[in-house]
Structures are given as structure tokens and as C-alpha cells.
Design a protein. Sequence first.
Length: 122
Amino acid sequence: MKKNIAIILSVIFILIGCSSEKDRIINELKSEDEEMYIIVVFADELPGGGYQSDISNAISDDSYKIYENISEVAYIILEGNSHKHDYKNTLQINETPEIFIFDNKGIVFRTTEIEELGGFFK
């Protein structure tokens, strides 16, 4: 009986640790401004210039006026870099590059398709 309780408590502490790690990541990446967004691209390696241009084109589309509400576009390279966070596991990133959009509260959108960025901002 004591062994089962110890196992259950261990699982609970692991789950609490994972959720607080996710909260720390979100707090570091979210926008400080209520009306602004931050785009973060998580990739195994820095995407080529074509990919970066496609992101720029998607957020520069005058029909959506997206660029007026984006304060930053950042790239976080997952492989071969030492980070203080395990982004891939904590944020459950299974396919890269994956694009996350953060507002002042947290993650509001995520996709692996650049074309879907415009749809979010419609």
C-alpha cells in the first residue's frame, strides 16, 4: 500500500514539474503588450532563407495588416544547442519547423504551415 502511494505521489510531482516548466517557457516567450503578438519558430536547424522569406511575406501581407500587431519573430534551434528548457518535449513539438504565436497570455496558435498564419490573423 505504501509503495502504491509513493508511486502515485511521484507521478503527481512529475506532472506538476512538467506543467510548471511549460508555464516558465510560456512566460518567457509571451508578449508583454496586450495588443501585440510574438511569433516563434522552433526548428531542428536554422531554416533557409526561402523559409524565412515566406514567413516575412506571410506577415507582411497588406490585406491582413498582420505586421502591425507583431512585435517580434524569433527562431529557436532545437538540435545541437544547449537551452535551459526542453522545448521539444515540454511543448510537444513533433514536427519542425513549427510556428507558435504568443499573445500576452500565452500560446494562441501553432502550426507547421506558413500559409495558415494569415488565416489566424483574419
